[in-house]
Design a protein around this ligand. Structure first.
Ligand SMILES: [Zn+2]
Length: 321
């Protein structure tokens, strides 16, 4: 089984380990459905561990139960998701109840996960209460709402709720660096990453997939296509800022007479080394635009275009000098 790669969730995992060794894990658990913060991988690891036939501090990944779970067809796991735009109806909860009362076919635990649990209709939630009151042994019900406040209070009060711990600034910074090989110093991006680390990582990675040449095309006077809406403009700016960071790093290596990186910035700066001094100025300006965009009523597209044309003009000036 893949290692759960979210260091900030380790304390929660330890709490479960301890509970399992002592009084046993509660049979009705509440875990927030926050995939942007790592809840999906956490749930998968938890479910695998509960179903594993020879669990240690996590699922073994090799027993029949683990293999069935990895293949996505474990008979004793029921993962309920609302269908697109629909509620979770009472019929699905009744089905699940029949399942709970059956003896687990692999001789171990039965696990039921209800994803986005606030999508249950009231009838469904009421039907669920019965199971929550008298959970049969070796059954785990994991209820995962996006917000606990949207669950029926009668359901909520029967759950042992485990909020997801948030990463510290250093934790999230190290984690992002390990996955992107880029040290992120942008305070705004880091504080956002504390709330939704997985989403921020994905964004940075997709930015890295976007070739640097796209941004460097500015210096050939090309117009870049910019998004129309503020949230996408913010994401675009994050990518752009990271690209400038890579540029500054390349510039630093050139200044130290080291081999420049073999990427587009490295090649560009060898040709136009004068641009190195301008990179921090552009970086500050891009950061400033980002701050303005987070407020409201500014035309982000216009501000970014202005910066890009300044960059183009600056680069021509330094070439001429
Ligand atoms: Zn196993």
């Amino acid at each position: 089984m893949a290692k759960l790669d979210y260091p900030w969730l380790a304390s929660l995992w330890r709490q479960w380990l301890q509970a399992k060794q002592q009084q046993g894990l509660p049979h009705a658990l509440g875990i927030p459905w926050q995939p942007h913060a790592g809840s999906e991988a956490l749930l998968e690891a938890l479910v695998a561990w509960l179903l594993c036939q020879q669990p240690a501090s996590k699922a073994c990944g090799q027993c029949k139960s683990c293999l069935l779970q990895q293949a996505g067809n474990h008979p004793d796991l029921l993962w309920v998701q609302p269908e697109e735009g629909k509620k979770i109806g009472v019929d699905r909860i009744r089905d699940l109840q029949n399942k709970v009362w059956q003896h687990a076919s692999q001789g171990g635990a039965t696990v039921i996960v209800i994803e986005k649990a606030e999508q249950m209709t009231e009838a469904a939630a009421n039907a669920l209460l019965k199971t929550l009151e008298e959970p049969p042994a070796h059954n785990y019900l994991i209820i995962c709402p996006e917000r606990f406040s949207r669950l029926l209070p009668t359901v909520r009060s029967r759950l042992t709720v485990y909020p997801l711990p948030k990463p510290s600034l250093t934790e999230v910074q190290d984690w992002l660096q390990r996955h992107t090989e880029t040290r992120i110093d942008n305070a705004d991006l880091l504080s956002e990453a504390q709330v939704q680390p997985v989403a921020v990582l994905k964004r940075i990675q997709s930015g890295q997939e976007q070739p640097e040449e796209d941004i460097l095309a500015v210096f050939q006077g090309q117009l870049l296509e910019l998004p129309d809406k503020a949230p996408e403009q913010l994401a675009w700016l994050d990518t752009f800022l990271l690209s400038l960071v890579r540029g500054m790093r390349a510039a630093q290596r050139l200044e130290l007479n080291e081999q420049p990186p073999a990427d587009a910035w490295g090649q560009f700066l060898v040709q136009v080394p004068q641009v190195a001094n301008l990179l921090p100025v552009w970086y500050d300006r891009a950061l400033d635009i980002k701050r303005q965009l987070q407020g409201s009523g500014v035309n982000g597209k216009h501000l970014i275009q202005q910066l890009l044309s300044t960059m183009y003009m600056n680069s021509i000036q330094v070439k001429v000098e």
